[in-house]
Design a protein around this ligand. Structure first.
Ligand SMILES: Cc1cc2nc3c(=O)[nH]c(=O)nc-3n(C[C@H](O)[C@H](O)[C@H](O)COP(=O)(O)O)c2cc1C
Length: 324
C-alpha cells in the first residue's frame, strides 16, 4: 500500500512504531523496520548522547531499512542535552525523527538541513497546525485513547482525525487505539495516511521488555487503564496497578494541592524495574486502552503482515458491497 507516509519515509507499509520509554531500543526499532514499517528508537531512554549514538549504530547493524529516533521535549528543569542529541542523530545518518512534547521549532532547522523528515506527535488540531506552520513534514495525531500523554483536551480519534483532515495540508498518521487492519482502514477513511502504534508493539516477540509486561497487556481489558497527573497538567494514561491506585488516592486526597514530589515514588525512575525486571507494581507505566484489543504476542513481521492483509480484505469487501 502506497501513501504519502510510505513515500515520505521510504517504507513498505504505512505503519509506524511510536517512541516508547524503555521499549524503543534498537531491537524494537529494527524488528518493525525489517517488517516494512518505521521502527523508532527512543532518544531519551539512552542515558547520554554517546549511548544514543551507539544505539543508532546497533540498530543499523540489525536493519538496512529506514528507522526513526524519537526526541521528546519534556517540561523539565534539568533538560537533557538536546543539541548533542540532535547532533548524534544527524551524524548517525538517521533519516526520520519523531518529535513529541513541546514545540520542536528550535531543533527543526538542523534536522531539515540534514535532510531528515520530521513527524511531530500532537494531541490537538491547534498543535498539529502549529507543527505544520513551523515546517514539520508530517504529524502523528494522538487521540484521547492513547497510551502515554493524551494532552488535556480529551478528544477521541473519531473526532480528532477528521478534524485534522479538514485542517491540515501536510500528511498525518492516526495514533492512539490502533491495533489491527480495522484500525488502518478506519484511519485511512478519516483522512490519515497511515497509523502509529505504541501499546500493540510492546506485545510482540521482539519487544525487548520483560515477559510480564507483554502478559499484562494481553490480560488487560479496555477498562484497565487510568488517567493520572491530570491536576499537574501532565495527564498520562497508564495501566492500572497497586502503585497507580495509591497514586490516585493521593490525587484524590490532596486535590489541587498535589505536587510532583507527592507522587515521586509512583512515577519517577520506575521504568527500568517495570520494563526490564518485570516488577509490574513498581509504578505507573504508559499503556493505551487498546490493550483491550490485544490478545496475542506475534512477531512484528506477523503482526504487520496480518494488519496489511486484513486491511486489504476489508477494503475489497467494501468495494464488493458498493458494487452489489
Ligand atoms: C510504555 C510507553 C512509553 C511511551 N513513551 C513515550 C515517549 O517516551 N515519548 C513519546 O513521544 N511517546 C511515548 N509513548 C507514546 C507512544 O509513542 C504512542 O504515541 C502511543 O502509545 C500511541 O497510543 P497506543 O498505545 O494506543 O498505540 C509511550 C507509550 C507507551 C505505551
Amino acid at each position: 500500500m502506497k501513501t504519502a507516509i510510505t513515500e515520505m519515509f521510504g517504507i513498505q507499509h504505512p505503519i509506524i512504531q511510536g517512541g516508547m520509554h524503555y521499549v524503543g531500543f534498537a531491537e524494537m526499532a529494527a524488528a518493525v523496520s525489517n517488517a516494512g514499517g518505521l521502527g523508532t528508537i527512543t532518544g531519551l531512554t539512552q542515558k547520554t548522547p554517546i549511548d544514543l549514538a551507539n544505539e543508532i549504530a546497533r540498530c543499523r547493524d540489525m536493519t538496512d531499512k529506514p528507522f526513526a529516533v524519537n526526541v521528546t521535549f519534556l517540561p523539565t528543569v534539568n533538560a537533557p542535552d538536546y543539541p548533542a542529541i540532535i547532533k548524534v542523530i544527524i551524524d548517525g545518518g538517521v533519516k526520520a525523527v519523531e518529535t513529541a512534547g513541546n514545540n520542536p521549532a528550535a531543533v527543526l532547522p538542523y534536522l531539515k538541513d540534514a535532510g531528515i523528515k520530521v513527524i511531530h506527535k500532537c494531541t490537538s488540531v491547534r498543535h498539529a497546525l502549529k507543527a505544520q506552520d513551523i515546517g514539520c513534514d508530517a504529524v502523528s495525531v494522538d487521540g484521547f485513547e492513547c497510551g502515554g500523554h493524551p494532552g488535556e483536551d480529551d478528544v477521541p480519534n473519531f473526532i480528532l482525525l477528521p478534524r485534522a483532515a479538514d485542517e491540515l495540508e501536510i500528511p498525518f498518521v492516526s495514533s492512539g487505539g490502533m491495533a489491527d487492519g480495522r484500525s488502518l482502514v478506519a484511519s485511512l477513511a478519516m483522512g490519515a495516511s497511515g497509523m502509529n502504534m505504541g501499546t500493540r508493539f510492546i506485545a510482540t516477540e521482539e519487544a525487548p521488555v520483560h515477559e510480564n509486561v507483554k502478559q499484562a497487556i494481553v490480560a488487560a481489558s479496555e477498562l484497565d487503564t487510568r488517567l493520572v497527573m491530570r491536576s499537574l497538567k501532565n495527564t498520562e494514561r497508564v495501566m492500572n496497578n497497586a502503585a497507580v491506585e495509591r497514586l490516585l488516592k493521593k490525587e484524590q486526597t490532596l486535590g489541587a494541592d498535589l505536587k510532583f514530589e507527592d507522587i515521586i515514588d509512583e512515577v519517577a525512575g520506575v521504568y527500568p524495574s517495570i520494563m526490564m525486571e518485570g516488577e509490574m507494581n513498581k509504578g505507573a507505566w504508559s499503556c493505551g486502552m487498546v490493550a483491550g484489543l490485544i490478545n496475542d504476542i506475534p512477531t512484528c513481521q506477523r503482526l504487520i503482515e496480518g494488519i496489511m492483509a486484513d486491511a486489504e480484505a476489508i477494503l475489497a469487501r467494501i468495494n464488493t458491497m458498493q458494487a452489489s
